[in-house]
Design a protein around this ligand. Sequence first.
Ligand SMILES: [Zn+2]
Length: 313
Amino acid sequence: MRTIEKRSVAVVLMALALMISFSAASAQAQSKLKIVTTTTDLASLAQAVGGDRVEVNAIARGYQDPHFVEAKPSFLLLLRRADLVILVGLQLEIGWLPPLITQSGNPRIQTGAAGYLDASQYAQILEVPTEVVTRAMGDVHPFGNPHYWLDSGNGRRVAQGIAQKLSTMRPADAAYFQQRLQAFNDKLTQEERNWNAMMQPYRGRKVVTYHRSWPNFTRRFGLQVMGEVEPRPGIPPGPRHTIELMQMMKREGVKVILVEPYFDLKTPNSIASGTGAKVVVLLPSVGGEKEAPDYFKLFDYDLGALSRAFQGQ
Ligand SMILES: [Zn+2]
């Protein structure tokens, strides 16, 4: 080998060695923050903001009722290695999350620790009870309605809160999170224009919903909720309430019943056939159907289904 070639080989080797040590250092700096969210909606927001600096797993599936999630050993494994837990709060997960967090034995994510983030603190909350909540009222959430993510304005607020939290945990990546948050906000603003235009012809329409999952959603898009299929939150429908509901629907001209995918369609279908209304299965969460894989597509899906139901009525 001639000297000049030897020299260039040496240069290449040195460059390679440097590249390897650099990438080892950056791999170390970039070990991903492990985030566990209770719902797919929060997972979608956390992923939007966290990008490739985070690894996000949701506990509840999008087609499951988030009030009732059956604990699995795999959830404990996720929680054990989590740096950050993000929950909806307002007691939505009270039936299943606290014991899982305790059992995980992970000090980083215990209530009040730096890795415990209750997203409801960032959201505008509706239906905060003004009276003392008793069992007789059903499963009323005593701190207000926890289904707040179905207002995209709250999605924006929660995304900002998550960006703040991630920046505190990883100051070196703060600019990256801020940039991702900005991109998310820009897209959301644009989508909100489309969604508002889509719903404009139907503003003021009256609907009945199965559970009280939709006050934030209906307020955002200008619909009126006239009643629920459940006589009280979390209490299955009964004949007396159903008859009263049907009378009200006929009187008020309610033609659409919104039902979450995890409720039995029997009562909604019989109400529909007795009143000439349509049953529309709306998704409260990302991943409820494969056509709704993220926070933006969730609204596309629901508003698409709603506008099809309202058309021609
Ligand atoms: Zn609820």
